[in-house]
Design a protein around this ligand. Structure first.
Ligand SMILES: *Cc1c(COP(=O)(O)O)cnc(C)c1O
Length: 421
């Protein structure tokens, strides 16, 4: 459930008319509903209330400071994947004791930063990374808590670009060789073996792959405990899908029931890393129709947002719903909704039945709260767009629109090019 609803013919976000935000803040603009974010977080977290757990929101889905602050204030932890995300966590005042750090390519500087901050646990993705963490922790006189990310070789049945738990994927350590790595880790002076981690992919719409992965990894956790290792955390990653089009993903409660049943009586605190399921349908991208181009066999609606603002359709061929901010009584047409970028892949919808939009109409691209702004770029020298958080009857600009000056502020023209004669 989300808080984007029509009253009469006009789209509202909570109690604010979306059209008002579009005209006051300008377009394109990302819009998030605070109530929806809270509802989604709470629904997910409370689904696991029967077991000891930490819900670590996956920051890469949407890393706006206000969202990190919101989830932290609700008692959540965070799943981070870079030094930059640790910085954001720090800036938002998140408690380091609930932060897990994943990712295949952590640098020495990032590891130092995380140890300094005092995070809960590193999710380690390779033997060399384990060596590096041991050495950095040693240099700092600290002990690093770690889990190894094991790759259970389970097909998540999702888009290949967002499947991570197959043996051909770059993530984690194959479960067959993980025992040796754990024994090596347990013998390291500066490493505290604290958990086991797996994450099999994103936008999963069935519970089967989660259950399969947990079954496989659970047996492994039991084997580690038998070896005398103090495994306190079982991190099962994120990946629960949402409805973009006609998908029918499990609800958080259905998901939690499967997870809790699969975990059985393992004596571990569960760590969950949801991203998309919390923020995906709590946000939309609002854009304005610049031009319409109609011919006998093709209609184009050219909007002011582009693939640099929201790249999921271009990157994955992903479906995103299209809604008018004001419904008209006109005819429906079949059209491609495209952006201004000089790439044929710059589209939000293809051959979609939509209302017959005219110039200066606003429309909203639905389900844009996750992997929207965080994947945005400045391609075509387009300033990054504003982000707005709606709270009941008010709205707040939680990230300013970039300016042209912002585009060039880190560039230097060397002296010899500056001479003009
Ligand atoms: C991206 C990611 C997540 C979040 O995935 P969602 O599909 O958004 O829930 C969680 N854990 C790890 C390690 C990730 O890389």
């Amino acid at each position: 459930m989300n808080e984007f609803k029509y009253r009469g013919n006009e789209l509202y976000c909570e109690d604010v008319l979306v059209w008002r935000i579009a005209s006051e803040v300008g377009t394109p603009v990302y819009l998030y509903s605070q109530k929806t974010l809270e509802n989604h977080y709470t629904a997910f977290d409370s689904a696991f209330s029967a077991v000891p757990h930490i819900t670590c929101y996956s920051v890469k889905a949407n890393s706006n400071l206000s969202l990190i602050k919101l989830f932290s204030d609700l008692g959540g932890g965070l799943d981070v994947v870079s030094g930059g995300e640790i910085f954001r966590a720090l800036r938002a005042g998140a408690s380091p004791g609930k932060i897990v750090y994943s990712g295949v390519g952590k640098t020495r500087a990032e590891i130092e930063y995380a140890l300094d901050f005092g995070i809960l646990m590193f999710n380690v993705e390779s033997p060399q990374e384990l060596d590096l963490i041991d050495s950095v922790a040693g240099d700092m006189g600290k002990k690093a808590r770690i889990a190894l990310r094991v790759n259970p070789d389970v097909d998540p049945k999702t888009h290949p670009y967002i499947s991570t738990g197959l043996k051909e994927n770059k993530f984690g350590i194959r479960i067959e060789s993980a025992m040796d790595e754990y024994k090596r880790a347990a013998a390291m002076k500066n490493i505290d073996v604290a958990g086991v981690d797996c994450h099999i992919g994103s936008q999963l719409t069935e519970t089967g792959p989660f259950a399969d992965a947990i079954e496989k990894v659970k047996d492994f956790v039991s084997a580690l405990i038998k070896e005398g290792m103090d495994i306190r955390y079982f991190d099962i990653g994120g990946g629960l899908g949402i409805t973009y089009d006609k998908e029918t993903p499990p609800s958080p409660v259905e998901y939690a029931n499967v997870v809790i049943k699969s975990i059985g009586d393992l004596p571990c605190t569960l760590i969950l890393e949801p991203g998309r399921v919390i923020v995906g349908n709590a946000g939309m991208l609002v854009t304005r129709v610049l031009f319409t181009k109609k011919s006998e066999d093709k209609n184009f609606i050219i909007v002011d947002a582009g693939m640099n603002d929201l790249m999921r359709p271009s990157l994955y061929g992903a479906y995103q719903g299209i809604l008018p901010l004001k419904k008209n009584k006109g005819d429906m047409i079949t059209a491609d909704i495209v952006g201004p970028i000089c790439e044929t892949g710059d589209f939000f919808a293809k051959s979609r039945e939509v209302q017959d939009f005219v110039q200066d109409d606003y429309l909203s691209v639905e389900s844009a709260g996750a992997y929207g702004f965080t994947m945005a770029s400045n391609y075509n020298s387009r300033p990054k767009i504003a982000e707005v958080l709606v709270n009941e009857t008010e709205y707040f600009i939680v990230r300013n629109r970039e300016t042209y000056e912002d585009l060039v502020k880190h560039e230097n023209v060397p002296e010899h090019l500056r001479k003009s004669d």
